[in-house]
Design a protein around this ligand. Structure first.
Ligand code: SDX
Length: 431
């Protein structure tokens, strides 16, 4: 933490204390309240952490008002436009763009870790065939700590490195296996002669009965989806990984916790929920009905794929994702896809509606990623697994950063207690 001579004065019941203020390299100043309870005997109250910095980090920066997303300082549109996912993984993990030699070594290492322990197949067979792929992935990722004991010691930098590589390499294999298992098709092994995105598409869509050629435009779009979902500051699932890691849990358990949190429809589950909503709307003429429901305070319905906790003008990832959506749909000749027609009409209607404009509700990354994945032939149940495999590098990078901070301690938020004060037990006959 940087030193500072800036302070804020807080006066409570006539007693004043000085709280340090730190200035970041980008973004708002932060007020250091670590000594607040000791000095003033009060807690802060911020249930959704909307005004609370949980850590200091050098990995990703978001400016919600300006629609800025930087990974180690590089804008997301440049990375998504000219880099590729494994290079972005290197950048997030190590903090700089690799030399050609470093990138080649890194990609070779990841490629050689893509297979999973053969005995894990038995673990898959324990699930019902109609299990949601996310339920399988949560279980299998957690179970990795039972298969890869030689990379669970978080105090050993080499084991942390191996666990990081294993997770990045094996998540596509696990996600593809979860998909194949739920559709009753045989698992497809990864190939070392394919790039990361092509390998994933082949593991999902190849069958033993015929050769499978990956379409390079789809592989490029898949890689771009991975890149656009790689990391995103201290979002709910990343904060979950950090909190799990603060207890000293092994990396596989921490990432399994992140997968579980991402599954929620308000977070990573939004892309599946968005496509299901578009299919429920069905045709553009029903859009007014759903917009009215989204605006109705008494109706819990929300437009999935719209709005964001941080971005309050536009999600820069959605801008890039929208370009990819047009490319993929043109390639597949599905530009007249009814779901897409509804999506485009909903986007136009919502953006023209003062309710959404005033509340800064616009299509987020999930709105367009779902359309691309649907066009590629993925079932909606595979949308969040793809988000999870993309975000694994972000979770792992943030996990490594937290462990490398010698000052980090177990996370233990306090509360505003509103329950009963002490009272005596009453025997059942006296109740
Ligand atoms: C992701 O944090 C991250 O970085 C997440 C993520 C990442 O990369 O990790 O970017 C990925 O999770 C993207 C968001 C995906 N979720 C959805 O698309 C689900 C639909 N969106 C909403 O659930 C909501 O917008 C959130 C959860 C995303 C953000 O919620 P906020 O900013 O806390 O907003 P809010 O719930 O406080 O709502 C503010 C107002 C409310 O109205 P009022 O009470 O002020 O009158 O906006 C309304 C809400 O009712 N509102 C919506 C809405 N989202 C908010 N109304 C209709 N439809 C919506 N989608």
């Amino acid at each position: 933490m940087t030193e500072t001579d800036k302070t804020a004065t807080l006066t409570i019941d006539g007693k004043s204390i000085e709280l340090p203020i730190y200035s970041p390299t980008a973004g708002p100043d932060v007020l250091d309240i670590r000594k607040l309870y000791g000095q003033a005997g009060v807690f802060t109250y911020d249930p959704g952490f909307t005004s609370t910095a949980s850590c200091d980090s050098t990995i990703t920066y978001i400016d919600g008002e300006e629609g800025v997303l930087l990974h180690r300082g590089y804008p997301i549109d440049q990375l998504a436009g000219t880099s590729h996912y494994l290079e972005v993984c290197f950048l997030l993990l190590y903090g700089y763009l690799p030399s050609a030699k470093e990138l080649d070594e890194f990609e070779s290492t990841i490629t050689r870790h893509t297979m999973v322990h053969e005995q894990m197949i038995n673990f898959f067979r324990g699930f019902r065939r109609d299990a949601h792929p996310m339920a399988i992935i949560v279980g299998v990722v957690g179970a990795m700590s039972a298969f890869y004991h030689d990379s669970t010691d978080i105090n050993d930098p080499r084991q942390r490195e191996v666990a990081s590589h294993r997770l990045i390499a094996k998540m596509p294999t696990i996600a593809a296996m979860a998909y194949k298992y739920t559709i009753g098709q045989p698992f497809v092994y990864p190939r070392n002669d394919l790039d990361y995105a092509s390998n994933f598409l082949r593991m999902c869509f190849a069958v033993p009965c015929e050769d499978y050629e990956v379409n390079p435009i789809l592989a490029r779009a898949m890689d771009r989806i991975f890149t656009l979902h790689a990391d995103h500051e201290q979002n709910a699932s990343t904060s979950t990984v950090r909190l799990a890691s603060s207890s000293g849990a092994n990396p596989f358990a921490c990432i399994a916790a992140g997968v579980a949190c991402l599954w929620g429809p308000a977070h990573g589950g939004a892309n599946q929920a968005c496509l299901e909503m578009l299919k429920e709307i069905g045709t553009p003429d029903r859009i007014p009905e759903f917009i009215a429901r989204a605006k109705d305070k008494n109706d819990p319905f929300r437009l999935m794929g719209f709005g964001h906790r941080v971005y309050k003008n536009f999600d820069p990832r959605a801008t890039v994702m929208k370009q990819s959506a047009d490319e993929v749909l043109d390639l597949l000749g599905v530009e007249d896809n009814p779901v897409l027609a509804t999506a485009k009409a909903l986007e136009a209607a919502a953006l023209a509606d003062p309710y959404f404009a005033d509340k800064k509700l616009f299509p987020n990354v999930d709105f367009y990623s779902g359309i691309i994945l649907e066009a590629m032939g993925f079932p909606t149940s595979m949308f969040t697994p793809i988000f999870a495999l993309s975000r694994t590098v972000g979770w792992i990078s943030q996990w490594k950063e937290q462990l490398s901070d010698p000052a980090h301690k177990i996370g233990r938020p306090r509360q505003l207690y509103q329950g009963e004060t002490e009272r005596n037990y009453v025997d059942i006959e006296d109740r």
